[in-house]
Write a protein that binds this ligand. Structure first.
Ligand SMILES: [Zn+2]
Length: 599
């Protein structure tokens, strides 16, 4: 009896499903850029088969990968809605990013609107006479509670332009037309439009990797692609599996920033900067970072980072994993690819140590807090004096990652490493459970691989405890100089910047003479040594200062009153964090260092 009912139910369910499929709804966009010099995209949406009294169309407030509220909705203008007969439909805004269209059960709703673009940046849409960068979260509306609806996008490039670069699948037979199975994929797939340059692609494990961009610059492109291929191979070797069908590096033009996606990355790029080794390695690190993110954060991810909440954003305490360990692996991958030297690798970590250790934020904010607060603090910490109460997970994250890696290698006799933790998270949570991991699951993954408690190391994540570098570096036969060095040159610990003939404090070192006398970033300097402060005077006084000889400054403090400050130059004291190998490593120390460097 029970079986019979279920069977009947199953039959009626299948029948019902067929009906639903037969009346499938569709969403298709067309993006036009007829007058690119106006910096405006004209967008048309044809929405069919969603018969409702009203439909709520929404614009995301952020784009995944850039953990900041961007308020894209404010750039939408001239919205017009019509039904299948061309009759105009009424609409109203119900929230800052929701447009309610009173569609009155019409089978077709056509929307037209414009997206005003202002700034060329990886997390904003942009259009000018030279190229268009369509950041989908800033251009395409989704229907409330229908984020999983398939969507088609047709691009009509300006007639001067010949190419579109995107990670989206093309529609066969239709030029510049793409599909996404849902809006998560659409929002993950920017489109770059213009006269683009494509470098010869390469294959890794039989999968094609492309590099396409606007204004790539003048550099040795052949060598660059050889190096990029080695980087992809080294990253793939960490996890051992490639999850995508193809991958595209999309260079959007000179400028900062990059965003990771499932099968592509979009980033600012200028190959003409490759004239010195340092900037070349820095760019390769940056590309390795964005590439490694297709594993770490897009697939190996904190449970909170999916499904995305396009209205509010998603907060997690684990960005130190997603961002911090992506910095860790950007260095490791470029080293293991045989491109950077041991010295360049150690120096990269040293740079993060100096940035983290020389800021007072290390006593205020933990790695977990920095992760969680990024939505309010900003991607690189708070601004003004509040910056002193924050840390950056881009600095402390990779350093703590390094301590974890050395510890795991040491307690397992170099049988396991941080790579095993990443592989486990990938297999267990991305491939098997198809979800993110919780904080408890993350910690068990680390401790199961290590085969012991890592309570001491997790305190580096959850507290502001001082990092014991020498102990961990010693596991790999390395020594690090954490002693305070005294330098002979006079030092006050602040720099100034000039704005319209006025002089302002640009930066103040923590616990420097300037800091101790109450000088803070952003304050205006009125006088130095009883004379009106000018950029020239400040430069002269600072370059002629002597140890022990007082400098008198009149500044405007935050409460707008002018006060005098006495600053006495001292000998500079600083930790160098210089790293070197020890003279007589044990076999285990030697083994750990070698396998860490080579992967
Ligand atoms: Zn990142």
């Amino acid at each position: 009896m029970k079986t019979k009912i279920s069977f009947a139910f199953l039959i009626s369910f299948l029948f019902f499903s067929v009906i639903v499929i037969a009346q499938k709804s569709s969403l298709s966009y067309t993006v036009k850029m007829d007058n690119p010099e106006w910096h405006v995209y004209s967008v048309q949406l044809s929405c069919k088969g969603i018969q409702k009294e009203f439909i709520d169309f929404k614009m995301p407030v952020w784009t995944p990968g850039y953990y900041q509220k961007m308020d894209y909705a404010k750039n939408l203008e001239r919205l017009k809605a019509t039904d299948e007969r061309g009759k105009e439909l009424k609409w109203e805004k119900t929230t800052d990013n929701t447009w309610r269209i009173f569609s009155k059960n019409s089978n077709t709703v056509n929307l037209t609107y414009e997206i005003k673009t202002i700034r060329p940046f990886v997390a904003t849409a942009y259009l000018d006479e030279t190229r268009g960068y369509i950041l989908p979260a800033a251009v395409f509306l989704y229907i409330d509670k229908m984020i999983n609806h398939p969507v088609q996008v047709a691009v009509a490039p300006d007639k001067k332009w010949n190419r579109v670069a995107t990670g989206l699948d093309s529609v066969a037979g239709k030029k510049f037309t793409y599909t996404a199975p849902d809006f998560d994929i659409l929002y993950d797939s920017p489109l770059l439009v213009g006269n683009l340059e494509e470098l010869p692609s390469f294959q890794v494990r039989g999968i094609r990797h492309r590099f396409i961009g606007y204004k790539l610059g003048d550099f040795n492109k052949e060598q660059f692609m050889v190096d990029l291929k080695k980087i992809v191979e080294a990253a793939v070797n960490v996890i051992g599996h490639i999850p995508y069908k193809n991958y595209t590096f999309i260079a959007i033009g000179p400028g900062p920033g990059g965003i990771e996606h499932l099968n592509n990355t979009t980033f600012g790029f200028n190959g003409s900067n490759f004239n010195n080794r340092e900037s070349y390695i820095r760019t390769l690190h940056f590309l390795a970072h964005e590439y490694f993110h297709h594993y770490n954060v897009k697939r190996i991810r904190p449970v909170e980072l999916g499904p995305f909440d396009y209205d509010k954003g998603n907060r997690t305490k684990m960005l130190w994993i997603s961002e911090g360990l992506s910095v860790y692996y950007e260095y490791m991958v470029v080293r293991r690819a045989g491109i950077s030297t041991d010295g360049e690798l150690l120096n990269a970590f040293r740079g993060n140590m100096l940035a983290f250790e020389n800021k007072p934020g290390k006593r205020y904010q933990t790695l977990e807090q920095a992760s969680y607060e990024t939505w309010s603090d900003g991607p690189f910490g708070r601004t003004t004096d509040e910056i002193n109460k924050t840390i950056s997970y881009y600095d402390k994250g990779p350093v703590v990652g390094l301590l974890f890696d050395f510890k795991i290698r040491q307690v397992t006799n170099n049988k396991r490493s941080l790579d095993d933790v990443m592989r486990f998270l990938y297999k267990e949570y991305y491939q098997k459970k198809k979800r993110g991991f919780t904080e408890e699951e993350l910690r068990s993954a680390f401790e199961n691989i290590a085969g012991t408690s890592l309570a001491e190391e997790f305190e580096y994540v959850t507290t502001t405890k001082e990092l014991d570098y020498p102990k961990y570096f010693n596991y790999a036969g390395l020594k690090i100089d954490t002693a305070t060095q005294v330098f002979l040159s006079p030092y006050v610990g602040f720099t100034v910047r000039e704005r319209e003939d006025s002089v302002f404090i640009a930066a103040v070192d923590y616990e420097s003479p300037a800091w101790d006398s109450g000088i803070r970033r952003g304050q205006q300097v009125l006088e130095m040594d009883w004379q009106k402060a000018t950029p020239k005077l400040c430069k002269t006084i600072l370059s002629n200062m002597e140890i022990g000889k007082l400098i008198k400054m009149k500044i405007i403090s935050t409460d707008t009153t002018a006060v005098y400050k006495n600053i006495i130059p001292v000998k500079k004291r600083e930790k160098t964090f210089l790293i070197a190998t020890i003279g007589d490593p044990s076999p285990l120390q030697k083994q750990i260092l070698e396998s860490w460097l080579k992967g």
